[in-house]
Write a protein that binds this ligand. Structure first.
Ligand code: NAD
Length: 437
């Protein structure tokens, strides 16, 4: 047996022993995971700085405080979420008197969580909150592209959590391939859709259910007659955070030609307000994860007309916050998820054309609208499909723990956060009790 066999067998044996099922075990593990975050804030921020030059406030907010909030919300509601749900007695009229029926959650068993590099702590450990809350054992596979974060998590997890129930396996493709050959009871994968397909194929061998948290090009529709200073400020904040390497970041803007011109000016001001005249000198601006992604994103800078930015420095893995205008639908920047600090603006005649454009492309992870018009909001929500939709502020929907976070179609399947994580990592079992009378 190799190391991975041994580890997975150990976690399976723990699950079979029943140790992870009692509420008290789950609560204890979640509380210890909370301690991991509160006692290692600095170390986590240091690792993220080493990997991604992630600004400290951003590291604390997104990779420490966000998971803590998720844990607190789960601890507060877990008992209530796990309570069996009875069906109405009117549905049991054909059964003997005193019959009851309902559903109850049961944990799936031993699960695998595979995480990407862009939020390497949050995207590994927030799924773990759900896996533990639902009573599972778990193997965690951090991304090899963020080695400092991966090593830190591998060192911390055994210090805080039940080592027979949670294990970190570090590594890249060979290790992930070996893990995927195992039979898991659920695989939770976050990353790109090419690897998503590899994961799903491997899972099919064992009929293992999957959650695939993928990406895609999340569009933004900007209506005419909106306050463009507000819109530009919110776009600058959400597009250029983590140097654009956010799965739900706005990918491109659709707006009419007149608004497009005014938005260019407003965006230039908003970016200068946030990052100064030279964002390369700003502590608040991150870097591209590695040379491969630097080269990929740099190649997209040639599309359309550079409104501002466009500068890059390979030795520093720096790409300036960049807005491209007059972009055409078949330009390279529109052919793949950008996943970098480049925001193209495409002119469309009206809302009809914007909706048609969105529907001509893969279903995105998120869709955003800036409009005061209720009918426009309704049309965007009803006539398009996306994992989530946000009006007025991109990305913020994922911070509401009761909203399911996940994609649809090419942007993924399944969802998590809050009670949706319990559903993702549990089987909802039907139960009928008929009296023996
Ligand atoms: P990545 O390269 O870190 O890959 C993700 C994981 O897949 C890693 O753990 C890696 O080791 C593993 N992997 C890579 N190649 C593999 C292979 N051939 N076989 C098996 N495993 C393999 O991250 P990435 O995919 O570049 O991340 C960026 C993508 O993730 C973007 O598309 C982004 O939109 C998406 N994303 C989605 C979410 C979400 O919540 N929906 C969040 C973050 C990122």
């Amino acid at each position: 047996m190799n190391d991975i066999d041994v580890v997975v067998d150990r976690l399976r044996a723990t699950f079979r022993s029943g140790r992870t099922k009692p509420l008290v075990w789950r609560r204890t593990q979640l509380t210890k995971l909370r301690d991991l975050f509160t006692e290692n804030r600095e170390a986590i921020a240091d690792a993220l700085h080493a990997d991604l030059r992630k600004p400290r406030p951003e590291a604390y907010a997104v990779e420490v405080d966000f998971p803590i909030k998720e844990i607190d919300h789960t601890l507060e509601h877990l008992e209530q979420w796990l309570a069996p749900e009875p069906v109405a007695s009117s549905a049991l009229a054909h059964l003997p008197a005193g019959s009851t029926a309902g559903t109850q959650y049961e944990p799936l068993g031993t699960v695998l969580v595979i995480a990407p590099w862009n939020y390497p702590v949050q995207l590994l450990l927030v799924p773990l909150v759900g896996a533990l809350a639902a009573g599972n054992t778990a193997v965690l596979k951090p991304s090899e592209l963020t080695p400092a974060s991966s090593a830190l998590i591998a060192a911390l997890i055994p210090r805080y959590l039940d080592s027979d129930a949670v294990t970190v396996i570090e590594g890249g493709v060979p290790e992930t391939t070996a893990l995927l050959a195992q039979r898991f009871d659920h695989i939770f994968y976050t990353g790109n859709s090419t690897v998503g397909r590899i994961v799903m194929r491997a899972a099919a061998e064992h009929l293992t259910p999957v959650t695939l948290e993928l990406g895609g090009k999340s569009p933004v529709f900007v209506d005419r007659d909106v306050d463009l200073a507000v819109v530009a400020g919110r776009l600058a904040e959400t597009k250029f955070r983590n140097a654009g390497q956010t799965c739900v970041a706005p990918d491109y803007v659709l707006t009419d030609p007149v608004t497009a011109r005014a938005l260019e000016v407003a965006l230039a001001e908003a970016v200068e307000d946030r990052y100064g005249r030279d964002p390369q000198c700003s502590d608040g601006y991150g870097r591209i994860v590695n040379e491969r992604h630097f080269d990929r994103v740099s190649a997209l800078l040639g599309s359309g007309r550079v409104v501002f930015g466009g500068r890059s420095d390979r030795a520093d893995r720096y790409i300036a916050p960049t807005v491209l205008a007059d972009v055409k639908p078949d330009d390279p920047v529109m052919r793949e998820e950008i996943f970098g600090p480049v925001l193209p603006i495409l002119a469309v005649a009206d809302l009809d054309e914007a909706i048609a454009f969105i529907n001509d492309h893969d279903k995105p992870l998120a869709l955003y609208g800036f409009t005061e018009n209720e009918a426009t909001r309704r049309r965007l929500a009803e006539e398009t499909s996306s994992g989530g939709i946000g009006f007025g502020l991109p990305i913020a929907h994922l911070r509401i723990p009761e909203l399911p976070f996940g994609g649809v179609g090419e942007s993924g399947m399944g969802a998590y956060h809050g009670r949706n994580s319990i559903a993702a990592f549990s089987h909802r079992k039907a139960r009928l009790d008929v009296p023996l009378r």
